[in-house]
Design a protein around this ligand. Structure first.
Ligand SMILES: Nc1ncnc2c1ncn2[C@@H]1O[C@H](COP(=O)(O)OP(=O)(O)O)[C@@H](O)[C@H]1O
Ligand SMILES: [Mg+2]
Length: 230
């Protein structure tokens, strides 16, 4: 029992855009939002995925904060945890993961019954659900296409968290059914060649490559000067 408590404490993640929308970091997420809107100006960006070459580069943190800033802008947003290898969204938003995407895709639950609201206005969440043995197959299924088209009728933007591109094909599969893809690289962690390879693997997909987010960049001295005090 004590151990479980400790583990859940370690898994708690703080969402800066929710806790402190006026911070410089939240401002940077809003800048990414604006840039995404410019990147997709001629195409309708209704579905997008966030991915990276390897693990722990900041995919889940980026996707959650982006979903929040889009919702704060008034868009109806659905955030889906499609990282069925290492799902974390249920920790971040403290959700029950007993039902989620996997249940919808195998036909056990409807989308409506599995989506939950969040304490951010306009933001709904679909956690991963029980980890299935065949994530790639589920993500590439007709059921997935049906679910997305149903969600498009309800939401302005559907955003997917995904596993690393170099590890499994899931992100590539999703990139073939989404409008846009965003790559995260982590400062001092992501190797240049790995980022290049991730881009190469995503390029042939249907999704437009929307850009790259540089995560965890070292703060420069005097940086705060430009942000003012409020
Ligand atoms: N910019 C950052 N500054 C500090 N910690 C970060 C930053 N980005 C990610 N992390 C932490 O690194 C870990 C991995 O991030 P996560 O978003 O889960 O990556 P991924 O989804 O790519 O595996 C998490 O504990 C997260 O809180
Ligand atoms: Mg993740």
């Amino acid at each position: 029992m004590a151990k479980r408590k400790k583990q859940s404490r370690n898994n708690i993640r703080h969402l800066i855009t929710k806790l402190n929308p006026r911070s410089p970091i939240s401002e940077q997420y809003r800048t990414i939002r604006t840039n995404l809107q410019f990147a997709a100006v001629d195409d309708d960006l209704k579905t997008m995925l966030v991915t990276s070459s390897g693990p722990s580069e900041g995919k889940s943190s980026t996707v959650a904060n982006l979903a929040i800033v889009f919702a704060q802008q008034g868009k109806r947003v659905l955030l889906i945890d499609a990282d069925m290898r290492k799902p974390t969204m249920h920790y971040t938003f403290r959700l029950d993961n007993r039902r989620g995407l996997s249940n919808v895709l195998v036909g056990e639950q409807t989308l409506e019954d599995s989506v939950v609201g969040s304490d951010v206005t306009n933001l709904d969440l679909l956690s991963c659900g029980p980890i299935p043995p065949n994530p790639s197959e589920l993500l590439g299924s007709k059921a997935m296409e049906r679910m997305i088209s149903e969600a498009k009728g309800i939401y302005d933007l559907i955003i997917f968290d995904t596993p690393p591109v170099l590890a499994v094909t899931d992100a590539q599969i999703l990139a073939n059914i989404c409008d846009g893809a965003l790559i995260v690289v982590r400062s001092k962690q992501t190797e240049y060649d790995a980022a290049e390879k991730a881009k190469e693997l995503l390029s042939p997909a249907k999704a437009k490559l929307l850009g790259v987010v540089l995560n965890d960049r070292e703060e420069k001295k005097g940086h705060y000067y430009y942000y003012g005090t409020n």
